[in-house]
Design a protein around this ligand. Structure first.
Ligand code: NAP
Ligand code: MG
Length: 464
């Protein structure tokens, strides 16, 4: 795999300040596929300076011109989609077909949506005797995880650019090659020097330096709740804007009137895709007591279709493998019943786990409360609708969810009572313009569409 040995700062690849590097590993075969520099606070400082220097010019660039550059960026992402898919597959392990459709496909859609929004968003509006201006917040520090490596970058960078902000990105240490490819794409798209900057490195060094830097006006973070809490505290102390996209433990609520086979099949697929490494995955399947045994049989059969090494890729690294196996063991210890998969290694090499389904899970078990981030579904029985609602809302998280019913209106009535930021009704399709983000400890702020753009704007009102 192609790897740059420098940082992308001020429109060029510059040597890193320190000598340390990060080895990038292919989780499917555990082989090292490249090295990238491990950024230091010095690299972060240089990148923030470049972003600050570029900010006045980019903020003053007409929205139509910003839209044209984001549109050009979308075009580069489309033209290089095969290379993007291969890179994501090499460093994340996702099957190539999934990488093409989702890891390469969705970022192009999202970039396209922001090209459109930059051109059409009302950056000025009249309110009575006032004119309200929406102005860019300034320099954005973006910190992203590895699970949807390009999507999470684009979901921050595209709206920031549309708003007129400049950006310093610290991507996940596990997936820096995709981020380097994105940096190349910004250059090809003709973004002015310093508008987008990349510092690869580890979270506790480069990430921390970026989140705490005085020259950063807004920190946008996606990742674990534990790190999000720290970043929120640092940003709060500095009175800095912050957006946090954190974990989830979403419920797939199957009401008795639903098409059970479809709801279970789609529900299992939702968790197994990307090897369960999706913050919005519906990892708790809630089924009425009377339909429970049938649902468990259907779920086990659906999971069996996700053969490790074929339809399902590995987990991203050895640490995540240990973590996920630990949760599966904990589920068994706490009395849940394995009906598919388990903690054993399905293949000789690679960080694989088997698609796993637990039955007889009670709402208070660890596997029903904590984010596992692996291909593990817990099937939970409920007595009636009130019980289902209590269970659905009974975690610290509130990122996503699903409701299935015979009539859409019945599902919508239930969805209105869920404490969560997104609900798919009877298998609703992904909408790149719909706001995405969490209630409760799943986060602060929204990404995507006009709500995502608003995160990067601050308002000034002029009275006449
Ligand atoms: P993480 O540590 O929260 O990583 C997210 C990003 O934050 C990475 O770029 C990381 O760098 C960086 N980071 C880590 N510590 C930091 C610090 N002190 N200051 C600033 N930045 C910091 O997540 P993880 O370790 O990759 O995964 C652990 C768990 O988080 C998973 O099992 C899952 O439950 C959850 N997770 C959630 C999402 C989501 O989309 N909500 C995504 C990924 C993970 P490094 O790459 O160097 O760690
Ligand atoms: Mg980490």
């Amino acid at each position: 795999m192609k790897a740059h040995d420098g940082m992308y700062i001020g429109g060029e690849w510059r040597p890193a300040a320190g000598p340390d590097t990060i080895a990038v590993v292919n989780p499917a075969d555990e082989q090292v596929i490249g090295h990238v520099p491990a950024g230091t606070p010095e690299d972060v400082d240089a990148a923030v300076r470049a972003a600050r220097a570029a900010f006045p010019g980019w903020a003053a660039t007409a929205p139509a011109e910003r839209a044209a550059r984001i549109g050009a960026l979308r075009d580069v992402l489309v033209a290089r989609r095969d290379e993007i898919a291969e890179t994501v597959t090499a460093e994340l392990g996702a099957p190539l077909q999934f990488s093409r459709a989702v890891h390469a496909g969705v970022p192009a859609l999202v970039a396209g949506s922001y090209a459109e929004l930059a051109a059409t968003h009302p950056f000025e509006e009249k309110v009575g005797n006032s004119t309200v201006l929406s102005e860019p917040v300034g320099v954005v520090g973006a910190i992203t995880p590895w699970n949807y490596p390009l999507h999470q970058i684009v979901a921050k960078v595209a709206p920031a650019l549309a708003a007129g902000c400049t950006v310093v990105l610290k991507p996940a240490e596990d997936t820096p090659l995709t981020a380097q490819l994105f940096a190349e794409a910004t250059a090809e798209a003709g973004l002015p020097a310093g508008v987008f900057n990349l510092v690869t490195g580890v979270g506790s060094v480069a990430g921390q330096a970026l989140a705490g830097h005085d020259g950063v006006d807004l920190v946008s973070f996606t990742g674990s709740t534990a790190v999000g809490r720290q970043i929120g505290a640092v940003a709060g102390a500095a009175v800095k804007r912050v957006a946090l996209e954190l974990g989830g433990k979403s419920a797939n609520v199957i009401l008795p009137s639903a098409d059970l086979a479809k709801a279970v099949g789609v529900g299992v697929a939702n968790v197994m895709g990307n090897s369960g490494q999706t913050c919005s995955a519906w990892t708790r399947m809630l089924v009425h007591r009377d339909q429970y045994d049938e649902a468990v049989t259907l779920a086990a059969a659906a999971a069996a279709k996700y053969a490790p090494g074929e339809r399902m890729g590995p987990l991203v690294n050895a640490k995540q493998l240990d973590r996920v196996r630990g949760y599966i063991e904990k589920g068994v210890e706490e009395g849940a019943r394995l009906v598919a998969g388990g903690p054993g290694a399905p293949l000789e090499r690679g960080y694989y786990v088997s698609p796993t389904v637990f039955a007889d899970v009670t709402p208070d078990m660890t596997i029903a409360q904590e984010e596992i981030f692996g291909p593990v579904v817990s099937v939970i029985a409920y007595e009636d609708e009130e019980d289902a609602l209590r269970i659905a809302n009974g975690t610290v998280y509130g990122l996503a969810g699903a409701v299935w019913a015979g009539e859409e209106s019945e599902a919508v009535a239930f969805a209105r009572r869920m404490d969560t930021g997104q609900v798919d009704i009877n298998g609703g399709r992904f909408n790149p313009l719909a706001p995405f983000g969490g209630y409760k400890q799943s986060g602060v702020g929204r990404e995507l569409g006009s709500h995502g753009l608003a995160e990067y704007l601050q308002t000034k009102s002029l009275q006449f």
